[in-house]
Design a protein around this ligand. Structure first.
Ligand code: NAP
Length: 267
């Protein structure tokens, strides 16, 4: 049998991080080698999330975790942590699998260069739900033929950034497929600031934040007399885990960093 991949988790007590720890626990091909968190530092990672002792102590020092020599660092922390965490992982020769959103295109390019210099792989994916990736790819393809469109993303009200990384990524894919054109009435005016949402390359992106939601997105595409709605719902955070597992396995055999799960799916 192949040796299990040693995975460290940054943000192991967070909503996503907990699911990653559980994923590693149930997969024989993966083993947890370290975990960071601040508030529960010093506690056992498994006990802290209610799944029993795992023998890995939570620490707020990423360097300590990297010194254990993991193969991969999975990061689900906060937009202000992720850049530094990822840089430090790469410098230590640890392959980053990043789910935390908020990195700019320029930062992603820099991180890709760092990975190439080190000869290691990495993945940043704004959405690890495979169904969401299909939604993005299908919407981008449809926009070639139905260029009037709006994106509406809906998330729980604890989310820090808007629009979501998924909405931003969808917009980017659409901008590559669809000729730039401005939609709506040329003299349209907002009487309530933000009512028409964010503007990108001629189309609009709307962010809804409400308790009870997880992660949802609709792309509405229209043409004379017809409306096509492409919608994806993540109903719980487990929905992201098959994509995380795929990414952890993929980075072991890759050089350079890819942005988006679609790059590692055979679409
Ligand atoms: P969360 O519940 O707030 O968890 C954040 C985690 O990071 C906590 O464990 C927190 O620990 C830890 N953390 C923050 N600062 C830290 C530091 N300085 N040192 C060590 N640990 C630190 O957030 P979440 O809902 O899991 O989301 C995390 C990120 O993933 C967000 O950017 C979110 O948008 C993104 N996300 C991505 C996907 C995807 O598919 N790519 C899906 C869902 C969410 P303490 O509480 O102890 O500080």
């Amino acid at each position: 049998m192949m040796k299990p991949i040693k995975v460290a988790v940054a943000g192991a007590t967070g909503r996503m991080g907990q699911e990653v720890v559980k994923l590693i626990q149930r997969e024989e091909s993966l083993v947890l080698s370290g975990a960071t968190a601040r508030r529960k530092k010093g506690e056992d990672a498994g006990e802290a999330i209610g799944i029993g002792k795992l023998g890995i102590t939570l620490t707020d020092s990423l360097d300590e975790v990297l010194a254990q020599g993991p193969d991969v660092l999975v990061d689900f922390t906060t937009p202000d942590q992720v850049k530094a965490n990822t840089e430090r992982a790469i410098e230590a020769g640890v392959r980053p699998v990043v789910g935390t959103t908020g990195l700019t295109e320029e930062e992603i390019r820099e991180l890709d260069e760092l990975c190439r210099d080190k000869g290691i792989g990495g993945i940043i994916a704004p959405n690890f739900a495979i169904g969401a990736v299909l939604m993005m790819v299908f919407a981008a393809k449809a926009s070639r033929y139905m260029p009037h469109l709006e994106i509406i993303e809906m998330h729980h009200d604890r989310k820090l950034d808007a629009p979501s990384g998924t909405a931003w990524k969808t917009a980017e894919l659409i901008s590559k497929e669809r000729e730039e054109m401005k939609q709506g009435h040329p003299e349209e005016k907002e009487t309530l600031e933000g009512a028409r949402g964010g503007y990108r390359d001629g189309f609009r992106v709307h962010s809804v934040r409400l308790p009870g939601l997880v992660a949802h997105q609709e792309v509405l595409l229209s043409d004379a007399g017809q409306l096509l709605t492409i919608r994806h719902d993540s109903l719980n955070r487990e929905s992201f885990m098959p994509g995380v597992k795929l990414a952890v396995e993929d980075v072991m055999n890759r050089t350079g960093l890819v942005y988006g799960l679609e790059k590692i799916l055979d679409l």
